[in-house]
Design a protein around this ligand. Structure first.
Ligand SMILES: Cc1cc2nc3c(=O)[nH]c(=O)nc-3n(C[C@H](O)[C@H](O)[C@H](O)COP(=O)(O)O)c2cc1C
Length: 366
């Protein structure tokens, strides 16, 4: 296999995805505030919402309730934007798809066939549960495609339900035959949840089972180097990043530069990262108000601190904040502001100063 590098932009229907790096849908995280952060740094060719329950949307509509909170921002924000929906009923999905296209003018309607959470699988027979019934997937996709045309419909899957029922090659063929415009694959099975590693060889194998639509690989990409490696090693048209971008919305811009062969922008300094988090907090607070916004921000704040020296301490303290004043105080006091190297250098300098002082004293006494 020899693929061009840098990887070219690819198309989802008429939409050009450039650069070919996508921001993954993440329930509870990829709301409009987070998406704005990603957009401000740039580098993501397509941005996705959290998954939205189609049945809930229809119920709200019929009962003249507001549309789902998860559609906050969708009508107004810049394009391209993919909205992800989930359910197991083809008609309900088609109805919601049409509303998203007509009323919200979304760029892409994505279907969740990968969620492994019990509430979605066992209770609602949706998400990754549907991987065991490709015929049902066909029905859902084809009805949705018809309802949304010409807006493209895409599917996001896992390798299968469990390691002994991997059926992604067959599912990929069904997805394309039903009329989907792209396939994203998270390289684990539903049973794996997030254990082990994403199997990129398996993802890559799927390409031979698709005739025309692009394949997007997903799983464990957490650095520009890994994005470059994925494109150079595996047969994918695009890659999708999820967890690693939660506290690093600038990761896409770094990965995009790496793909272009340009110098990778350095990781922002810790004060810059803190400033970025505060900007994110302002966006969340503006939408949800002080108390709800602060409570919601706790988990993002933990993501921003993750992997840094002192993160555990910060997490413990930020876990209980519910007002802006408290949040500012905890950030001021505990957000990691020094790297391990800086702390080590400071300690060494202190020790050296103490040694010098002791030597001076000794010299004076002798
Ligand atoms: C908190 C969280 C929420 C997620 N929510 C969704 C979702 O709503 N829809 C979806 O298709 N995948 C969802 N995922 C899965 C991710 O999109 C992605 O497939 C998975 O995390 C693997 O990619 P990563 O290794 O880059 O994190 C979620 C993952 C996490 C960690």
């Amino acid at each position: 296999m020899s693929r061009p590098f840098p990887p070219p932009a690819f198309r989802i229907g008429d939409l050009v995805v450039d650069p070919p790096i996508l921001q993954a849908p993440m329930a509870g995280f990829t709301n409009a505030a987070f998406r704005q952060m990603v957009r401000e740094y740039g580098g993501a060719g397509l941005i996705a919402t959290e998954m939205v329950n189609a049945r809930g949307f229809v119920w709200m509509d019929e009962n003249e309730a507001e549309h789902p909170e998860r559609l906050w921002g969708v009508a107004e924000e810049p394009r391209p934007l993919a909205v992800q929906i989930w359910d197991n009923d083809p008609e309900t999905m088609a109805k919601v798809g049409r509303r998203l296209v007509e009323e919200y003018q979304v760029s892409v309607v994505d279907i969740n066939f990968g969620c492994p959470v019990r509430q979605v699988t066992e209770k609602a027979h949706s998400g990754s549960y549907l991987l065991r019934t490709p015929g049902r997937m066909f029905e859902i996709i084809s009805q949705l495609v018809k309802a949304c045309a010409p807006t493209p419909v895409t599917a996001k899957i896992r390798l299968g339900c469990s390691p002994d029922s991997v059926n992604c090659n067959e599912v990929a063929r069904v997805v394309e035959e039903a009329g989907a415009a792209a396939l994203t694959v998270h390289g684990r099975t539903a049973k794996d949840m997030f254990r082990g590693h994403a199997d990129w060889d398996r993802i890559s194998e799927i390409k031979a089972h698709l005739r025309n639509i692009p394949l997007i690989g997903n799983g464990d990409l957490d650095s520009p180097e890994k994005v470059v490696h994925a494109f150079k090693t595996y047969d994918v048209d695009g890659v999708m990043i999820a967890r690693a971008c939660l506290g690093r919305p600038w990761l896409f811009s770094q990965a995009a530069a790496a793909l272009r062969g340009q110098p990778i922008p350095p990781e922002p300094s810790l004060p810059e990262q803190r400033q970025c988090m505060m900007h994110h907090y302002d966006l969340v607070k503006e939408r949800f108000g002080e108390e709800k916004g602060t409570i919601l921000m706790r988990k993002y704040a933990c993501c921003y601190a993750q992997g840094k020296y002192g993160a555990r301490h910060f997490r413990t303290h930020v876990a209980n904040v519910s007002s802006a004043d408290e949040f500012y105080r905890i950030v001021e006091e505990y957000f990691p502001m020094k790297t391990k190297e800086e702390i080590r250098a400071e300690r060494e300098a202190e020790q050296a100063a103490e040694t010098r002082a002791a030597e001076t004293l000794n010299a004076e006494l002798s």
